[in-house]
Design a protein around this ligand. Structure first.
Ligand SMILES: Cc1cc2nc3c(=O)[nH]c(=O)nc-3n(C[C@H](O)[C@H](O)[C@H](O)COP(=O)(O)O)c2cc1C
Length: 361
C-alpha cells in the first residue's frame, strides 16, 4: 500500500502491515515535542479491540502488546515520527490457500486480486484485514493527550446490532463506563443482552450480523472547522469510511432529517450562563462544517462480517466456472463489537489533527 493508507494534515498517520504477516503498525507525525505518550494508555486502548477475549469476537489469540520503536523518550514525544506496532503471533493461513482462485463474496479478495494483479497477500485478508485497525487505535491513543489538554472527551458504544437497538440518548458517563466493563460496549444495559443474544444466534448458524456505533465528543469549543472540504463532519466521515466494513456515516439526526420539517429539525438557540447553547442537537454539533459547541454526535454503520461458514455462491477464477464456498478460519461474528474502540480512537485522532491545524493545541 502507499499513500492510500495515510490520513491527516497537521498530524498524520501512516499504516503498514498485514493480518498474517509480521505485524501491524502506525507512524504518527506532527505530535508536539513534550506531549506525554503513555504506553499503558496505548495498551489499554488496544486491549479493548483485542481478539480472543469472548465468544462475541474472533477466537484468534493475540496479546497485541504495543511496541514503540521510535519518537518517544522518557514518556514524551520527541518531535520525531512516533512508530508503534503490534506483532502477529497466532497465525493460521490454511483457510486462505484458495482465495486468489475462489474469492469470498463480500470481502476484498476479488477486486484486490484484479488491482494488484494477483500479488496481494490474501492470508487473513492481508492489508484489507480489520487487524489493521489496531493501528488506528494506537494513533488515536497517541493523539488523545492533545484533546485532554482542552477538556475534550470522546466515547463510543453500540446502539444497534442486527435488528436490536438501544433506545434513548446515552450520557457520556454511561458511554465511558460501559467501555470499562467486559463484553459488549452498549450504554443501555437492557439492549446489551439482546445484542449479545443476536450475535450468538447468528454465530451458531455460521452467519454474521451488522451493527451501528455511536460516537460522542463532549467539550469541543464552538468555531472549529472550515466550510466545504475542511468541514469537521467531512473530515470525520472520510476517516470513518476508511474502517473496513463501514457502509455509512451520519451526523446528528442523520438520514432521519429527511423526514423532518425545518421547524422540528432546526436546533433552537438559547443563552445558558453567558454561553450560546441549542435546545436540541439534530445538527450533531456541527453547522456549516463548524462546531457549534454542542456535543458532536455521529453514527457509523458496519455491515455483517463477510467471512461466514454458510454456503455462498462464488466463482472459480481459474476454471471460469461457478463455485460455492463455506469460509473456514476464525472470524468476528459481528465487526461492530471490536470496531467500537476503533471509531472512538480514529475520531480522537481526526479532531486532534483539526485542532492542531488551527493552532489550538
Ligand atoms: C475490527 C474489525 C474486524 C473485522 N473482522 C473481520 C473478520 O473476522 N472476518 C472478515 O471477513 N472481515 C472482517 N472485517 C471486515 C473486513 O476487513 C472488510 O469487510 C473487508 O476488508 C472488505 O472491505 P469492505 O467491507 O469495506 O468492502 C473486520 C473489520 C473490522 C473493522
Amino acid at each position: 500500500m502507499s499513500v492510500h493508507s495515510s490520513l491527516g494534515r497537521a498530524l498524520s498517520l501512516h499504516l503498514w502491515g498485514e493480518s498474517h504477516g509480521a505485524g501491524v503498525g502506525v507512524i504518527v507525525e506532527g505530535m508536539p515535542p513534550g506531549t506525554p505518550v503513555d504506553a499503558d494508555r496505548i495498551q489499554a486502548a488496544l486491549d479493548r479491540r483485542r481478539p480472543g477475549t469472548s465468544d462475541l469476537v474472533t477466537p484468534r489469540a493475540e496479546r497485541d502488546a504495543a511496541t514503540i520503536l521510535s519518537g518517544v523518550h522518557d514518556g514524551r514525544a520527541t518531535g520525531a515520527p512516533i512508530h508503534a506496532c503490534i506483532w502477529n503471533a497466532d497465525v493460521d493461513s490454511s483457510a486462505y490457500a484458495d482465495r486468489h482462485r475462489i474469492p469470498r463474496p463480500g470481502h476484498a479478495d476479488y477486486p484486490a486480486s484484479v488491482h494488484y494483479r494477483g500479488f496481494n497477500d490474501v492470508r487473513g485478508g492481508g492489508a484489507f484485514s480489520g487487524r489493521l485497525t489496531a493501528a488506528y487505535v494506537m494513533a488515536g491513543a497517541i493523539a488523545r493527550p492533545l484533546l485532554d489538554a482542552c477538556g475534550i472527551r470522546v466515547g463510543a458504544h453500540l446502539v444497534q446490532v442486527g435488528p436490536e437497538r438501544a433506545e434513548g440518548e446515552a450520557t457520556m458517563e454511561a458511554i465511558l463506563s460501559c467501555a470499562k466493563r467486559p463484553g459488549l460496549a452498549c450504554a443501555e444495559p437492557g439492549a446489551r443482552g439482546r445484542m449479545e443474544r443476536c450475535i450468538r444466534d447468528a454465530a451458531a448458524e455460521g452467519d454474521s450480523v451488522g451493527a451501528v456505533i455511536e460516537c460522542r465528543m463532549d467539550g469541543i469549543m464552538a468555531g472549529v472547522g472550515e466550510p466545504h472540504f475542511g468541514r469537521v463532519d467531512a473530515l470525520l466521515a472520510y476517516a470513518m469510511m476508511g474502517i473496513p466494513g463501514t457502509k455509512g456515516v451520519s451526523f446528528g439526526a442523520g438520514f432521519d432529517a429527511a423526514a423532518q420539517r425545518g421547524s422540528a429539525h432546526n436546533d433552537p438557540y438559547a443563552w445558558d450562563d453567558g454561553r450560546v447553547v441549542c435546545g436540541s442537537n439534530n445538527a450533531g454539533g456541527i453547522l456549516g462544517g463548524i462546531t457549534t459547541g454542542m456535543p458532536l454526535v455521529f453514527h457509523v454503520a458496519v455491515k455483517p462480517t463477510p467471512s461466514i461458514a454458510c454456503e455462498q455462491k462464488t466463482v472459480d477464477l481459474v476454471s471460469k466456472t461457478a463455485a460455492t464456498l463455506r469460509m473456514e478460519g476464525r472470524h468476528d461474528p459481528c465487526i461492530g463489537v471490536r470496531a467500537v474502540p476503533v471509531v472512538e480512537h480514529l475520531a480522537a485522532f481526526v479532531l486532534a489533527d483539526i485542532l492542531r491545524g488551527e493552532g489550538r493545541v
